[in-house]
Design a protein around this ligand. Structure first.
Ligand code: ADP
Length: 190
């Protein structure tokens, strides 16, 4: 299996680039943000719970997120691999993912981070708010909170994969195609 964690702050372009990776390497895309939004749209109990955190720019609790992720992986027993987008976002999530993949005789092959400066991120999120309809993109205070959560809780996950020599950074500035090319090069050299 080829399992990639696509990493980067809100607005880094993980969703767009995940689609490219999935197409080229025939992987399954698992975006925890997308799954939460689908649950919110469907009015499920999980959706109601997730919304109460997402609307404040906070993380959904680890236990809830980890259980949801596991059940999504289990829906694809014959997958060639996965692109994890927006997960793991905390060190306990990374530890749980390692243990879970080990139980399937698999592992994470690489974490690839999209590097984008903070000013550019804020601009992108403002633009995305105009057409995504995402309430968490529309309010500068919520964006600020998401960026702070990223710095405090999510950025340390990089160290977790560095410790396993699985961390790779890619410049996230440039055209979508240029960034895709950099990602493909990284994956092909794993
Ligand atoms: P972005 O990366 O642009 O902030 P996402 O769509 O990945 O957006 O996530 C939106 C929101 O969903 C996050 O701000 C958070 O509240 C919640 N969320 C997504 N993934 C996780 C996760 N792995 N753990 C906890 N909360 C999450």
């Amino acid at each position: 299996m080829l399992n990639i964690v696509l990493f980067g702050p809100p607005g880094a372009g993980k969703g767009t680039q995940s689609e490219r990776l999935v197409e080229k390497y025939k992987l399954i895309h698992l975006s925890t943000g997308d799954i939460f939004r689908a649950n919110i749209g469907g009015g499920t109990e999980l959706g109601t719970l997730a919304k109460s955190f997402i609307d404040k720019g906070q993380l959904v609790p680890d236990e809830v997120t980890i259980n949801m992720l596991k059940s999504e992986v289990e829906k694809h027993p014959n997958a060639a691999g996965f692109v994890f987008d927006g997960f793991p976002r905390t060190t306990p999530q990374a530890e749980a993912l390692d243990a879970f993949l080990a139980s399937l005789n698999s592992e994470i092959n690489a974490m690839i981070a999209l590097d984008v400066p903070e000013d550019e991120l804020k601009e992108r999120l403002k633009k995305r708010a105009l057409d995504s309809g995402r309430t968490d993109d529309a309010d500068p205070k919520i964006i600020e909170s998401r960026i702070n959560v990223y710095k405090n809780e999510t950025a340390p996950v990089k160290g977790f994969y560095e410790g396993q020599s699985k961390f790779h950074a890619v410049n996230g500035l440039g055209s979508i195609d240029e960034i895709t090319e950099r990602l493909f090069n990284t994956v092909d050299n794993l």
